[in-house]
Design a protein around this ligand. Structure first.
Ligand SMILES: C[S@@+](CC[C@H](N)C(=O)[O-])C[C@H]1O[C@@H](n2cnc3c(N)ncnc32)[C@H](O)[C@@H]1O
Length: 416
């Protein structure tokens, strides 16, 4: 992985560089990358138990090969141990160097005999994240043990269908051999149970995209509709702008990254509902858009991504608790600017893909404390489907114990 690159981006790049890779090999590569990143803490615990000096001073290439081999021994039943060990060494021989091949081979053979995975398990989450997950569960009245297990696991594949294509979507998916299940009552959101959506017509014409149902729910919870002026701040590659525009709204997407906005523009246009405009800007300082000119402003703020660690397992190795405080400051600065764009009577939707208190509820509490022109928006009958996801304040709090969705936080704030 290149510096700052996510696991999905690295896999996509590797696939482009190796076009001859068969779908089976690509699937195995994906499983290994995600699996090793997800279970790295557990793998390292077993490895250090098998080595006299633990992992101290171990060659980085040898360590990666050991993790890859051990993951296959512990988790991939289809591959016999001796074949997994031989393949790991063959694939990594150049990187680990001939002099260390014997060492890697001996350690993997020993672990294959000892089978540490049959013993007491440790958490795959770093302690500071496990602690946060448990606190979050307790705060929303869920079981901390079950919540921690859910965050350690995998996420299902969810798709989100744009509003104009919803009526015929189930029939079109069934005709493509795709079996889906609804995710609560989130409009247009489905879990893919069997078949491949990516070969179908709906995906080809961008009438659906792969999107976690919690992210889909946030886009739907904005309440965009025909004739409404909507600003999507921190729009990224437009995974939410697409649904706002497809609902009939006039959407302006803002992000600090011009390349991301180009992707957002292309995505909405491919889907047949182009964006009204884009603006590359640092949204934590003044945004060059008419103040109080939008009916709805979505701020999908940059955050730690802790709520998405099942989909982006590298996050657990890159973030620390200190990041939450830095993110809090940036989010609050962006929320102030976003609030300035909302017309009186309009709504600001603040959202993050995180369950951390500093990144969600605390930002909203501070914003409300300093802005007497904002208050929590009253419940909207059109958005009743979201009721099972609302906390006692009426804020949106999704989590993997509910239909396996990611953990997002969002609040709807009315400008008086
Ligand atoms: C959570 S992601 C957005 C995801 C996107 N809304 C979606 O649905 O896929 C956060 C985005 O914030 C953008 N960003 C970070 N700092 C920013 C800033 N100061 N001003 C504007 N955008 C910023 C990043 O470029 C990134 O695209």
């Amino acid at each position: 992985m290149q510096r700052g690159e996510g696991s999905q981006g690295a896999l996509d790049r590797a696939a482009r560089q190796s076009p001859a890779l068969s779908p089976t090999d690509r699937g195995l590569a994906t499983e290994l990358v995600y699996g090793v990143l997800r279970q790295q803490r557990v793998l390292d615990h077993w490895l250090s138990g098998a080595l006299d000096r633990g992992l101290q001073g171990i060659d980085p290439a040898a360590l990666i090969a050991l993790r890859l081999g051990l993951y296959q021994l512990a988790w991939l039943d289809r591959v016999p141990d001796h074949a997994a060990i031989a393949a790991t060494i063959d694939e990594n021989r150049d990187a680990i160097g001939q002099g260390r091949v014997g060492f890697v081979n001996a350690v993997l053979r020993r672990l294959s005999r000892e089978q540490p995975w049959t013993g007491q398990a440790i958490s795959a989450l770093p302690p500071w994240i496990a602690g946060r997950v448990r606190d979050f569960a307790a705060a929303i009245g869920e079981s901390p043990d079950e919540m921690e297990r859910a965050f350690e696991g995998r996420a299902p594949l969810h798709v989100h269908v744009v509003a104009p294509a919803r009526e015929g979507a189930l029939a079109a998916l069934a005709a493509d051999g795709v079996e889906v299940a609804s995710v609560g009552e989130i409009p247009g959101a489905f879990e893919v149970v069997a078949g491949s959506v990516f070969a179908g017509r709906l995906f080809e014409h961008r009438q659906l995209i792969a999107q976690d149902a919690a992210s889909a729910a946030v886009a739907e919870w904005v309440g965009a509709g025909p004739g409404l002026r909507v600003a999507d701040i921190a729009a990224g590659r437009g995974a939410k702008s697409l649904f706002l525009a497809a609902a009939g709204a006039e959407v302006t997407a803002v992000d600090i990254g011009q390349a991301r906005l180009d992707d957002a523009e292309q995505l909405a246009a491919q889907s047949g509902t182009p964006l009204a405009g884009t603006l590359a800007a640092d949204a934590s300082s003044a945004i060059d858009l008419e103040p109080e000119s939008f009916d709805l402003v979505l701020l999908d703020a940059p955050c730690s991504g802790l709520g998405t660690i099942r989909r982006r397992p590298e996050i657990r190795h890159r973030r620390g608790a200190v990041d939450l405080y830095a993110n809090h400051g940036l989010q609050l600065a962006m929320a102030r600017r976003a609030a300035d764009l909302v017309r009186p009577g309009g709504v600001l939707i603040f959202a993050v893909c995180s369950f951390a208190h500093e990144e969600g509820p605390l930002v909203v509490e501070r914003l409300l404390a300093e802005r007497p022109d904002l208050q929590r928006a009253p419940k909207d009958d059109q958005l009743k489907w979201a009721d099972p996801l609302l906390d006692t304040n009426g804020d949106f709090r999704s989590h993997p114990l509910w239909y396996g969705v990611d953990a997002f936080y969002a609040a709807r704030l009315l400008k008086k």
